[in-house]
Design a protein around this ligand. Structure first.
Ligand SMILES: [Zn+2]
Length: 467
């Protein structure tokens, strides 16, 4: 009946509060290490960053702390991940705690109010590159674990695995291989991915859906070679016009995606929150006159509907344009997929749509690209309900179940590999955190509440028997 029955909420709250300044001090130290997993940056910082995380876990009493790497291309090792594991007592579940310690490059130093890799505390927030994305995620896991060990002693029965990735911001090129090698160590009943955001400062959120993505090329080969537009234009349409007519069939007059056979999905776990149109327009700096596309609430369109964009065109630039009917043209499309959509079926639907809508009998080729699956949490699973309960206890405010229009690749990797595990997506960011931008920051009150929510969630999961 009571989801958190038996969890000593007040005592854990006190432990988290007592340990919070130490947690902030650890976050400051992590922020000062510029570990960036891009080829242009010194990999020694990334190693140092992994060692610092490993050191914090060892100091917290976590056993079996190791730095592991996937095998990259040409035998070059991938970014250093930190793997640590406290095995479960018999009959107890195991929770996998995921975050990443690598960060985005800082960009133009002129845009920062203070040096990017010097953590500064101001206005109730901590500022610096990676402070929110995703070193706050590491701190949430670490400080929640410390609060729990503080209270229960190291012998508590819940199995806890830490997996702190070291190359997320460069697209996790060796993650799959790493998961292959360490699959058994990473297997868990519940996964907490702390790399997302809260709804706003003071209002927690559980991210319950992510869109998937398929992309590919559409090529129109209209005729054999360029034709003089005066001699042939009129009876003959050029390939760019033909391609544009084909692209125009992707949306109806309202701007809604019209690909036939793109499965309509009813998502029972559809997030309930909505987004204010004014705020949405302001975030994107849209001109007032520009109309939004599609129908339904903005949140539905962003999180629970498809989105098709043309993200590249191969046509001659205007500087070299001549009065020629172009024989061929190529576009790259990107289709975001609603939760519940099978990416292979979506790719096939686009292929059929493209071939069925070949304009004026032009030869059209479809070249499929990459495909990644969307994610949707079950609305009924016990772990999600417990997470929502824990957030409400920590903040004293009802949490929002929100979606994210993009994807978090590690979620797809883990969901594919451990289909029986429940994946919970949390995080310490808020709409002002400016992850990836200058002046990144995290709200310290929300960070503390996030630590408490995670400690409560772990305590409640540890109260349950497995299965
Ligand atoms: Zn991140």
């Amino acid at each position: 009946m009571t989801i958190g029955g038996g969890v000593p909420v007040g005592a854990l709250r006190d432990r988290v509060e007592a340990g919070f300044r130490a947690a902030v001090a650890d976050l400051v130290k992590l922020v000062e290490i510029p570990g960036i997993a891009w080829p242009a940056f010194d990999p020694a910082h990334l190693d140092h960053s992994a060692e610092a995380v490993a050191g914090l876990l060892r100091d917290a009493g976590v056993s079996n702390v190791r730095i592991v790497r996937g095998a990259g291309q040409n035998g070059k090792p991938g970014g250093p991940a930190v793997l640590a594991r406290k095995p479960a007592a018999a009959g107890q579940p195991t929770v996998l705690l995921y975050a990443h310690h690598d960060v985005q490059p800082p960009g133009d130093p002129e845009q920062w109010s203070a040096p990017a890799f010097t953590a500064v505390e101001r206005d109730g927030r901590l500022w610096g590159r990676g402070v929110a994305d995703d070193k706050a995620g590491i701190i949430m896991h670490l400080a929640a674990y410390r609060a729990l060990t503080d209270m229960l002693g190291a012998g508590f029965g819940l199995g806890v695995t830490f997996f702190i990735e070291g190359e997320e911001e460069s697209g996790s090129p060796t993650l799959d291989g790493l998961l292959n090698v360490h699959e058994e160590q990473l297997r868990a009943d519940v996964v907490i991915v702390a790399d997302s955001a809260n709804w706003q400062v003071g209002v927690p959120a559980l991210t319950t859906s992510l869109r998937g993505l398929v992309d590919g090329l559409i090529e129109v080969e209209a005729f054999d070679h360029g034709l003089h537009s005066g001699t042939f234009g009129g009876p003959v349409l050029d390939a760019v016009t033909l391609l544009a007519r084909l692209i125009a069939t992707f949306h109806d007059g309202d701007g809604a995606v019209t690909i036939r056979g793109l499965p309509a999905v009813k998502n029972p776990a559809a997030p309930e929150a909505d987004i204010d149109e004014k705020e949405f327009r302001a975030q994107a700096s849209l001109p007032n006159a520009l109309q939004l596309a599609g129908t339904g609430s903005i949140a539905w369109r962003l999180w629970n509907g498809p989105a098709l964009s043309i993200i590249g065109l191969d046509v001659p630039g205007t500087a070299v344009a001549s009065n020629t009917l172009l024989p061929s043209a190529r576009a790259k499309f990107s289709l975001r997929l609603a939760p519940g959509t099978d990416p292979d079926k979506a790719m096939e639907a686009v292929r059929r749509h493209v071939l069925a809508n070949a304009p004026f009998g032009a030869e059209v080729r479809f070249v499929p690209g990459s495909a990644s699956a969307p994610f949707s949490a079950s609305p009924h699973d016990q772990a999600s309900r417990t997470a929502l309960w824990a957030m409400e206890q920590a903040w004293g405010v009802a949490p929002v179940r929100m979606g994210v229009g993009g994807s978090i690749p590690v979620v797809e990797h883990l969901a594919g590999r451990f289909p029986e595990a429940t994946i919970l997506i949390t995080g310490a960011e808020d709409p002002d955190s400016r992850a990836h931008g200058p002046d990144e920051s995290v709200h310290l009150g929300d960070l503390q509440n996030g630590i408490l929510a995670e400690a409560l969630l772990l305590a409640a999961l540890g109260n349950k028997r497995r299965g």
